[in-house]
Design a protein around this ligand. Structure first.
Ligand SMILES: *Cc1c(COP(=O)(O)O)cnc(C)c1O
Length: 429
């Protein structure tokens, strides 16, 4: 039976005759060819995700800014730029990646609570589309930096709308208690100050309420709060060109059923129309929903270690490769790359080699596995490689992009020597 419909990432991820394939490529073959741990992404899946956003925005001035912290591989940026996306960056390092991938600074917005002066200067020189300013202190520094460079910085205030996105506390960002954004009650005064500073040009308004959001209601609440402010700010003669509704749309890891991007965007646009804001340029900052279900992490089973209480399936990928389970207690689907027919399932905790009890990828999973098998951790295209570390001096995984019949190695596996190349022994006393 083809169980494609049940897999997150379908139709690009599908099992046929027991063999798990991403866009037609057998994952076990890729694991053998490139080694494990290995991230594999589908170009077609990313393009389909981008198309869903853009379909709903057709005929409107808009810019979909891919929040590249979700997956910043240059080839991923290239694919999304070609699909019509701009970028949402949070550091000068991410700006360098956009430019290296052929993306345009003029289609890039700069978010983040802690931008440094040198990062502002680089972004001004490159000509970014807008700074999403998160505090009054940042606003004043940006004004100084812009005037010192003889330019005017386009700004949008990231407003904290104080709505509950109903998501995990670590990835909820739109509540008063979060460090992000300018409080809604202070926003009007902050816009007045921005409009009075010579180094700044007010361009828009912005919010981002959290991540892995599976409901439309919090978005509509946040949009209403933003539009209230837009009306108040414009009543004072300060024009706001664009409205940036942020990112955060969830994906399916197990049984979540988030709205499709085009459905969400359709509802947001309808609300803007209903309130007389249909003419405004709309910006969005999706990260996870553009890339998450487009990727998997492949790993080899090293050892099976049945125990009295828990059976451990020890694999060669670990929390340093994919930290979401350890960090957020996140569930990620785990599937054998080739299904063993007729073998009984046993219940396993799938764990990595890192010396931490928190190093697990999945708990209490029913699998028929043997040492040497390859497993795929699903929905690993977002916040996977981007959050990888070298803990335990583990070289980071390789990354591959499947693209029609072609398979591209888009990042070679790190070598151990790379890991300590910058380190120095101390001289003799
Ligand atoms: C992380 C982030 C996003 C993207 O969030 P996703 O949940 O990946 O869509 C968008 N905007 C800002 C400011 C962010 O920090």
């Amino acid at each position: 039976m083809d169980q494609a419909a049940a897999l997150p990432g379908a139709p690009f991820l599908a099992r046929r005759e027991g063999v798990l394939r991403l866009d037609g490529h057998a994952l076990a073959d890729l694991a053998r060819r490139f080694g494990t741990p290995l991230f594999v992404y589908s170009r077609a899946a990313m393009c389909a995700a981008a198309a869903s956003y853009r379909r709903a925005l057709a005929g409107r001035p808009h810019l979909v800014c891919y929040a590249m912290k979700a997956n910043s591989n240059l080839a991923v940026l290239q694919v999304l730029a070609e699909a019509g996306c701009g970028f949402d960056i949070v550091s000068a390092g991410e700006l360098a990646r956009v430019l290296a991938a052929g993306g345009a600074a003029s289609r890039t917005v700069f978010s983040g609570v802690g931008k440094r002066r040198d990062e502002m200067a680089l972004a001004l020189q490159a000509g970014v589309r807008c700074f999403n300013v998160e505090s009054i202190g940042e606003l004043r520094v940006l004004d100084e930096v812009a005037r010192a460079h003889g330019v005017v910085a386009p700004v949008s205030l990231r407003v904290n709308p104080d709505v509950d996105a109903g998501t995990h506390p670590y990835i909820s960002t739109g509540l008063k208690s979060n460090k992000f954004g300018v409080a809604h009650a202070q926003a009007l005064a902050t816009y007045r100050e921005a409009a009075a500073l010579g180094g700044l040009r007010v361009a828009g308004i912005d919010c981002h309420i959290g991540s892995q959001i599976t409901q439309i209601a919090p978005y509509l609440d946040a949009l209403d709060r933003l539009l209230d402010l837009v009306e108040a700010v414009e009543a004072e003669g300060i024009a706001l060109h664009h409205v940036d509704v942020g990112g955060g749309l969830g994906i399916t890891y197990t049984d979540e059923a988030p709205p499709a991007a085009d459905e969400l965007v359709g509802r947001l646009l309808a609300r803007m129309d209903a309130r007389g804001h249909g003419h405004r340029e709309v910006l969005l900052e999706p990260g996870r929903s553009l890339v998450g279900n487009a990727g998997v992490l492949l790993t080899e089973v090293l050892y099976l270690k049945p125990g009295e209480v828990t059976n451990f399936c020890i694999v060669d990928a670990a929390m340093n490769d994919l930290t979401r389970p350890a960090l957020y207690d996140a569930y990620m689907g785990i599937e054998p790359c080739v299904r063993r027919r007729g073998e009984p399932l046993a219940r396993w905790d799938v764990v990595g080699p890192v010396c931490e009890s928190g190093d697990w990828l999945g708990r209490q999973r029913d699998l028929a596995v043997q040492a040497g098998d390859f497993l795929a951790v699903l929905s690993a295209g977002a916040y996977g490689m981007a959050m990888a570390s070298n803990y335990n001096t583990r070289p980071r995984a390789a990354e591959v992009m499947v693209d029609g019949d072609a398979v591209h190695l888009i990042r070679q596996r790190e070598r151990v020597a790379d890991l300590f190349a910058g380190e120095r022994l101390i001289g003799a006393p």
